[in-house]
Ligand binder design. Structure first.
Ligand SMILES: [Zn+2]
Length: 241
């Protein structure tokens, strides 16, 4: 699915896969956002690249939002292609050394991969076609989660990984926000809340979430709604005696 002239969605619900992956066409090479999980998603990603005539270009870099199976499970395949993997600790450490939490949750073996660079908060990467990617520390869902702001074709797209999603809201002709999984072993409500607050200040106009649909609009407003939703969730939590 083409999002802007040089930004594409290469897997996700529209392609019969659970999580989303994206690619930026930087002229001589491609940049991936997340790697997906297992052969079926890898095949969907490759089919999408073929569809858009991008399959002849090398995948030079892959920015990974976090170290969960459905986003990082295919990192080892990118390693085999010589792609430079950008991913933050402690998720990067788990990528390289094993991830018992994921093996328990998904009932599958974690295949380790190599991380080439740990990004720092605010670090900027520049590519061809005027593409600029800023790494933003976004802990909460997992402690090493990072978001990436992609400046491309005059837009600012926010790749969030697992933070919040846009879902249909029948019967009204509207959409709803769904907050991401909060059961990770290293989940932190405090960090998650400040991350969502930070997302509300970035001035992005396209949301590239880790699951479900791409959303065009005021992402700052959407992020502030997510903070509110989180506050409501927290206030309805049963208080411990
Ligand atoms: Zn996740």
């Amino acid at each position: 699915m083409k999002i802007t002239e040089h930004l594409y969605k290469t897997s996700g619900v529209e392609y019969g896969t659970n999580s989303n992956t994206f690619v930026v066409d930087c002229g001589d090479g491609l940049v991936f956002l997340d790697a997906g999980y297992q052969q079926i998603q890898w095949d969907a990603m490759q089919a999408s690249l073929r569809h858009w005539g991008l399959d002849g270009k090398p995948v030079t870099h892959a920015f990974i939002t976090h170290g969960h199976f459905d986003h990082a499970g295919n990192v080892y395949r990118l390693n085999a292609m010589g792609t430079k993997i950008i991913m933050a600790d402690p998720d990067a450490y788990k990528m390289e050394h094993g991830h018992p939490e994921m093996e328990q949750l998904f009932g599958a073996k974690w295949i380790t991969g190599t991380v080439d660079q740990r990004p720092s908060d605010g670090e900027v990467f520049t590519f061809g076609n005027g593409v600029r990617i800023t790494a933003i520390a976004a802990p909460g869902h997992s402690d090493g989660s990072f978001a990436y702001v992609i400046e491309v074709d005059g837009h600012k797209a926010l790749c969030t990984g697992d933070m919040y999603y846009i879902v249909p809201h029948p019967p009204e002709d509207a959409v709803d926000l769904e907050i991401a999984y909060m059961g990770s072993w290293d989940f932190s409500m405090e960090k998650f809340t400040s991350t969502l607050e930070k997302m509300g200040t970035l001035g992005c106009d396209i949301l590239l979430p880790g699951h479900y649909y791409v959303y065009y609009g005021d992402i700052d407003e959407l992020s502030r709604r997510a903070v509110k939703t989180l506050e409501e969730l927290r206030s309805t939590e049963p208080k411990k005696a």
